[in-house]
Unconditional design. Structure first.
Ligand code: ZN
Length: 159
């Protein structure tokens, strides 16, 4: 049974409202996470609680339980000189930058002369996320995994 501090391994496909596949474990192997420690979006974690191996879920998670609402304050102008590879600064391209709470994805919105408008909102903000999930394995997290804050081995970090 899925509960706090279990390592859960699952196959998943994530779609948007239109049914487009945004992400899937197909072809890259199942995903493993530690339940109840903030690794998984809260709306999906709630749905997974109490489920067991072999269960299949089809759930729609509204933005409040996923990546939240867009914040127009996160659309900001940055000088082009801040970018190491200015030739890559093209609308639609994404860069990982170091934000106050760790890495953030910045999407280039527009470029005017030496000013770049970047969008720091999560690309999945404002979206209802549709998950197809199949639970593959459930086991206790080890002390080491809990202290590292991630899963070791299959579906997790190899080190
Ligand atoms: Zn580790």
């Amino acid at each position: 049974i899925i509960e706090s501090k279990k390592v859960v391994t699952l196959n998943y496909t994530l779609k948007n409202d239109a049914g487009d596949v945004l992400d899937t474990s197909d072809g890259q192997g199942p995903l493993a996470y530690i339940h109840g420690v903030g690794m998984m979006i809260p709306g999906l974690e709630t749905e997974l609680s109490g489920k067991t191996v072999g269960d299949k879920l089809n759930v729609a998670v509204p933005s409040e339980g996923a990546y939240g609402s867009r914040d127009e304050g996160l659309v900001q102008k940055v000088p082009l000189t801040q970018f190491d590879q200015p030739e890559q600064v093209i609308p639609g391209n994404q860069f990982e930058i170091n934000g106050p709470q760790g890495p953030m994805l910045a999407t280039i919105q527009s470029v005017e002369d030496d000013n770049v408008t970047v969008d720091l909102n999560h690309p999945l903000a404002d979206m209802t996320l549709h998950f197809d999930v199949e639970i593959v394995e459930i086991r206790d997290a080890t002390e080491e995994e809990l202290s590292h804050g991630h899963v070791h081995g299959k579906g997790g970090v190899e080190h």
